[in-house]
Design a binder for this molecule. Structure first.
Ligand code: HEM
Ligand code: CA
Length: 669
């Protein structure tokens, strides 16, 4: 209205070159015009200032000097060439299962089956897909040789102030944020090919380019005449009918922290995992009636059949849910927690539909995981002070300009630095703090058969809480460095080396070498090996000199593992920089983040207060028979010395969902 009247009124003024004769009529007319203009400009001022206020709050948050940004020009190619048209409901209260429509302007941002973000351009020797070479054109050293010479023999058997629980929670988080599958070579009869044993495979299948050569003097494998580790390359966007240049990799899981490994990253998986009754998730019962993820028939496992168990669980993360007993305990814990909340909510609101209970419970579970991730987990990894300075702790920092995608450098290198905390064994402990047994993690990979037996779930949880974790150090434990996924009913040395795998994966996805990423993080550029002295010990620099042609050839994860640990953190500065960047973006780029206000999916302020109080201790108390937990849930506390620090579940960790009562008129459904 206002603008159209403005247009009408201003027309004569703009084209006003007619002769003037001042009369009463004109005076009245001009007085009116002046008044109108006054009103117009005053209103315009208010509109502009309000608009400015709104746009300021919608602009990217003032980024701190520590923040980094992607320097890649091809990140948006997917949007231009392959992204589907997605229609979003801006008023939807619940996040979609596949993560789309979180960002209303770029609906595919953060959705499952969309590309990982690159912080630096891909580094392939042909610019497209071939593995990186050294700067002098020669092949990079075998990842196994790098492990043997730099890391393998320096393991320290020291324990940490953090407990083992940090590990499975960290892994749960890692696989919530990221999923990249192997591109398994199959022959024309769909039979999986082993790149090591099949002579022709290495020539025929490009996927086999990643096989690792074990040296003749390998301390473990050579004794058994094993000179090849059959690693394969990852699925690329081409497998999703999206040919991008250079080769681009898709995240199969939603990039957000949204418990996608509990609920699935697609509608079909989410539907399969639901009971469709009482808002609950589907489950199976063990012989003595305990709840577990649904049992599923042994399924055809990728690569070679390495699972020797008929039992597998169905989870939202088909690739990793059964990987080891630790992550399975977490999968089970959050499945139970969902069903616990669903039961509580259905008791309070007996008229709610299955859908409402499911979505509301899911929203609480996701909020809980996010809260634990940012309040309890992350400060241990990057340091409390740094997290604060970086701006990660800011409240309600949603920024629609923020790309929430997982970075390739983070998932294929920096987050994997936490593989150093994997211990050899997991302890089964009873409520009297007695270790009843211990099992090697590597003996039970993809074999979850131990979990539903007797009280093993509770005993594992208690063991996680009470066992000091492995001290972070530049070396993976010996078992995980040699015996990962050994063949069923075969000796452990038929397994692989996780560190070789991590180095190889970095090359597979085209990561830039360590020095370039370090520089992106604002740290000094290195021209010669000696320039690394600020962060890497001279002894290690000398070892690297023997392996790599130039300082600018060092694999990213190799440099990250060798960096001196930063104050207050358990990782070095480049790892910290990449993790901080990621976790800032997964928060600021998530419209459904639990503390975001003013969105259709926001918790009420009263509900938010409840969410902010739910710790992993509450979750453990709600879903297990563990009866005491410590408030600092990831800290290892000697129960003999500090028995009073352990709090009783019944007294201290009760949950109350009264704020979700519909009759409170706080909710509209
Ligand atoms: C017992 C504990 C763990 C084991 C046995 C384990 C093992 C593995 C294996 C075998 C892979 C696949 C490697 C590849 O093919 O490239 C992997 C990937 C990965 N791991 Fe771990 N891991 C563990 C814990 C953790 C933890 C605590 C973190 C970090 C908090 C972590 C972060 C990652 C990440 C980010 C990936 C890449 C995920 C993807 O995109 O698919 N892992 N891990
Ligand atoms: Ca996710």
């Amino acid at each position: 209205m206002f603008f159209s009247s403005k247009n009408d009124e201003t027309k004569p003024l703009l084209s006003g070159k007619r002769g003037t004769k001042w009369n009463m009529c004109r005076l009245v007319k001009w007085t009116l015009i002046v008044i109108c203009l006054g009103i117009f400009f005053t209103s315009l001022w208010f509109v502009i200032s309000d608009y400015e206020y709104q746009t300021v709050s919608k602009k990217p948050q003032a980024r701190h000097a520590l923040h980094i940004s992607s320097a890649v020009t091809t990140n948006n190619d997917y949007l231009k060439q392959c992204a589907p048209q997605v229609k979003c409901d801006p008023y939807a209260k619940y996040r979609s299962v596949n993560g789309s429509c979180n960002n209303l302007k770029t609906p595919t941002w953060g959705a499952a089956n969309t590309p990982f973000l690159r912080m630096l351009n891909a580094n392939f020797s042909d610019g497209y897909y071939e593995l990186r070479k050294q700067t002098n054109g020669s092949a990079l050293p075998s990842p196994r040789v790098v492990n043997i010479n730099v890391f393998l023999t320096r393991e320290k058997y020291r324990t940490d102030e953090n407990n083992v629980l940090l590990l499975p929670f960290g892994q749960l988080l890692a696989h919530d944020l990221s999923g990249l599958s192997n591109d398994v070579p199959e022959n024309e009869f769909s039979i999986v090919t082993d790149c090591c044993t099949d002579e022709n495979a290495r020539k025929t299948f490009s996927q086999c380019q990643l096989v690792v050569e074990n040296p003749l003097d390998d301390p473990v494998y050579s004794k058994h005449n094993i000179f090849c580790m059959g690693l394969v390359r990852s699925l690329t966007s081409r497998n999703y009918s999206c040919p991008l240049y250079p080769t681009t990799f898709f995240n199969e899981n939603t990039h957000f922290i949204d418990a996608s490994n509990v609920y699935g990253s697609s509608e079909s998986v989410a539907r399969r995992l639901r009971l469709m009754e009482g808002g609950r998730l589907n489950f199976s019962l063990s012989d003595d009636g305990q709840m577990f993820c649904p049992f599923q028939e042994k399924k055809k496992f990728i690569e070679i059949e390495r699972q020797n168990s008929s039992l597998q669980y169905d989870t939202g993360d088909p690739n990793n849910g059964n990987q080891n007993l630790g992550i399975l305990v977490m999968q089970t814990a959050f499945l139970r927690f969902h069903n616990y909340i669903a039961f509580e909510l259905s008791t309070i609101n007996s008229h709610w539909s299955d859908e409402t209970i499911y979505q509301e419970s899911r929203r609480i579970v996701i909020g809980t995981i996010q809260r634990i991730a940012y309040q309890d987990f992350l400060p241990i990894i990057i340091g409390e002070d740094y997290q604060e300075i970086y701006g990660i702790n800011g409240k309600n920092i949603y920024d629609p300009m923020m790309d929430p995608s997982m970075a390739m450098e983070l998932t294929s290198a920096a987050l994997r630095v936490l593989h150093t905390i994997i211990p050899v064994q997991l302890n089964f402990m009873n409520n009297d703090y007695k270790i009843e047994s211990s099992e090697n993690i590597t003996d039970w990979m993809l074999r979850p058969v131990l979990l539903p037996v007797k009280d093993n779930f509770d005993k594992l949880l208690k063991g996680f809480l009470e066992t000091p974790g492995r001290m972070v150090q530049p070396s993976y434990n010996f078992y995980i460095s040699n015996y990962l996924f050994s063949f069923p009913k075969q000796p452990p040395y038929t397994g692989r080396d996780l560190l070789s795998l991590d180095i190889a994966r970095g090359r597979d996805v085209g990561l830039q070498p360590y020095t370039k990423v370090k520089h992106l993080c604002g740290l000094p550029l290195a021209k010669k090996f000696e320039d690394l002295i600020d962060l890497i010990h001279i002894k290690d620099i000398n070892k690297l000199k023997e392996l790599y042609h130039s300082v600018n050839d060092i694999d990213l994860i190799v440099g990250l593992l060798l960096e001196k640990i930063s104050d207050g953190a358990i990782v070095g500065p480049t790892t910290r920089c990449l993790i901080s960047d990621g976790f800032y973006r997964y928060k600021a780029g998530d419209r459904f983040f639990y503390d975001v206000q003013g969105q259709p999916g926001s918790f009420t302020p009263e509900q938010l207060k409840v969410i902010k109080k739910i710790t992993l201790g509450h979750v453990i108390c709600a879903i297990s028979n563990v009866d005491h937990v410590q408030e600092a849930i990831f800290k290892s506390i000697d129960h003999k010395l500090f028995s009073t620090i352990k709090l009783k579940c019944d007294n201290e960790f009760t949950l109350d969902f009264e704020e979700w009562t519909e009759s409170n008129n706080r909710q509209e459904f």
